[in-house]
Design a binder for this molecule. Structure first.
Ligand code: ZN
Length: 169
């Protein structure tokens, strides 16, 4: 399993829900385990399934980057809330680019875990940021689309380089 890089079309596609039940869950468990390896290898703190070429609604997030602290979220629904705050983001699928992005400070999330149980939780700070970034991936939205016009202009040349280096899916 390998990381998929911008501008691969899978990153700009809406991912499909994972069916509940035996096959959906064992498939999700295998996918999550493989994704954790990819995330650790790349020193990331979050990873969404489309970033490894699987267009399904699953992401992992670990504020410390430690795999044992990661949450695995299947078919998540989120409700961001609170004041809008600016924070620097990067993305494993868009290497070398970091930029300030505005998002609400907190998030309520409900998701199915690997045991098939629906979980409800609330997060702030870095976890709220990761969760919103990863949920965007499931809708085919990249953080470059969330940047201000000024930030987008600043990174334009780097983005162009990635487009030129891209060799297709
Ligand atoms: Zn990302």
């Amino acid at each position: 399993m390998q990381l998929v890089y911008y501008p691969d079309p899978v990153l700009q596609k809406r991912a499909t829900a994972i069916e509940p039940g035996e096959s959906g869950e064992s498939g999700a468990a295998r996918l999550a385990a493989a994704m954790l390896e990819v995330m650790v290898e790349a020193r990331g703190i979050g990873l969404a399934a489309p970033q490894v070429g699987e267009s399904v609604r699953l992401f992992i997030a670990s504020e410390s980057g430690a795999p044992e602290e990661a949450i695995v979220c299947i078919n998540p629904r989120i409700e961001p809330f609170g004041p809008i705050v600016e924070f620097e983001e990067g993305c494993l699928s868009i290497p070398g680019i970091h930029a300030m992005v505005e998002r609400p400070e907190r998030v309520r999330i409900s998701y199915t875990d690997l045991a098939g149980k629906r979980v409800e939780a609330e997060y702030g700070e870095l976890m709220a940021r990761i969760i919103q970034h990863e949920c965007d991936h499931l809708d085919g939205v990249l953080f470059i689309e969330r940047m201000s016009e000024a930030e987008r202009l600043r990174i334009r040349a780097d983005l162009k380089t990635l487009e030129e280096q891209y060799r297709g899916p």
